[in-house]
Design a protein around this ligand. Structure first.
Ligand code: SF4
Ligand code: SF4
Ligand code: SF4
Length: 310
């Protein structure tokens, strides 16, 4: 067993407060996780994106999402989503600085290799497909606890607050729609500049490395998602820093391994739900800075295409 780091002790201390210190937890930090060679995802190259938002419209069309009119659209005629929400699985934002530099950035589920949302879900409504690694959701199982929202380090799952029987909404790589019908997610299908492409993660990672090596002056040298939270199947390359694009620096281990330990302990020992609340409180604290910085409407550096501050 690995020696416990200070962080692990803090985790265990948090759990002690939740009343499960006596449980035989093995809260090891997880090493970077190797993706399944069948894993699929997307590569978004911010330097190729022209901000046309065809991907946003296509995502909505194929997944039958409601329109999200702007608040000042009295007739509610125009779909103008400002952020990810229960009507919008995929959004494009614009970063601008005061010196004329700018970059578009696309947000949707990152399809983590070791997804915290899946680990936190107590009933198995949030699931990960074996092989391809797609993280998807079964609304028929969901009990609406929203633990997946708390657990996600990228602030992705959204809840249908206005609906009578709300469910969680997030990108599923078009698993049940365009990917099933045409073999490609809708956003990648329509992108006119191939700023977002679909494929096996291994291929996408190699392609990202190739582009950076061939144009070192054009790109930041890191690939976002290669290692963050154990790696994600949606990866990014960009000319702007990822901090400017709303992506905060994240640890290379995944919350998921930790939450799995807790889930297993809870169910094995029939420990009261307070243990789960302890875990969620810990993850909520850990994620809070990310939720305020990932760029999903919380970062003042971001504007939409029309220049309104988000
Ligand atoms: S980005 Fe969030 S919702 Fe998507 S797989 Fe990762 S933890 Fe789950
Ligand atoms: S993969 Fe499908 S659901 Fe996900 S952002 Fe692209 S179009 Fe939307
Ligand atoms: S369709 Fe392609 S170029 Fe247009 S906003 Fe989306 S990712 Fe960017």
């Amino acid at each position: 067993m690995m020696k416990k780091t200070r962080r692990e002790f803090i985790k265990l201390a948090a759990l002690s407060g939740a009343g499960i210190a006596a449980a035989p937890l093995a809260a090891e930090a997880s090493a970077p996780i190797a993706a399944n060679e069948e894993a699929v995802g997307m590569l978004y190259d911010a330097t190729l994106c022209v901000g046309c938002k065809a991907c946003v419209a296509s995502c909505k069309n194929v997944n039958d999402m409601d329109a999200a009119p702007a608040p000042n659209d009295a007739d509610r005629l125009w779909d103008a989503p400002e952020d990810l929400d229960y009507r919008t699985r995929n959004i494009i934002k614009l970063y601008k600085d005061g010196e004329g530099d700018f970059s578009y950035v696309k947000y949707q589920c990152m399809h983590c290799i070791k997804p915290s949302c899946v680990s936190a879900c107590p009933v198995g409504a949030m699931q990960q497909e074996k092989g391809r690694g797609i993280v998807f959701y079964d609304k028929d199982i969901c009990i609406g606890c929203r633990y997946c929202q708390v657990a996600c380090p990228f602030n992705i799952p959204k809840f249908e607050w206005p609906k009578a029987f709300p469910k969680i909404v997030k990108c599923d790589l078009c698993k049940f729609t365009n990917l099933k019908d045409k073999g490609i997610p809708a956003c990648c299908d329509v992108c006119p500049t191939k700023a977002v492409i679909f494929g096996k993660r291994d291929f996408l990672l190699a392609e990202a490395k190739k582009r950076i090596a061939e144009n070192p002056d054009k790109y930041q040298k890191e690939i976002y998602g290669e290692f963050e939270v154990g790696g994600t199947n949606v990866i990014y390359i960009a000319g702007e820093t990822f901090d400017n694009l709303g992506f905060r620096e994240l640890e290379h281990d995944s919350n998921a391994a930790f939450s799995e330990n807790i889930q297993h302990t809870i169910y094995k020992g029939f420990v009261a739900p307070v243990a789960l609340y302890g875990f969620l409180a810990f993850v909520a604290l850990k994620n809070r800075k990310n939720h305020h910085g990932h760029g999903h409407g919380h970062d003042a550096k971001h504007e939409d295409k029309h220049g309104s501050e988000k």
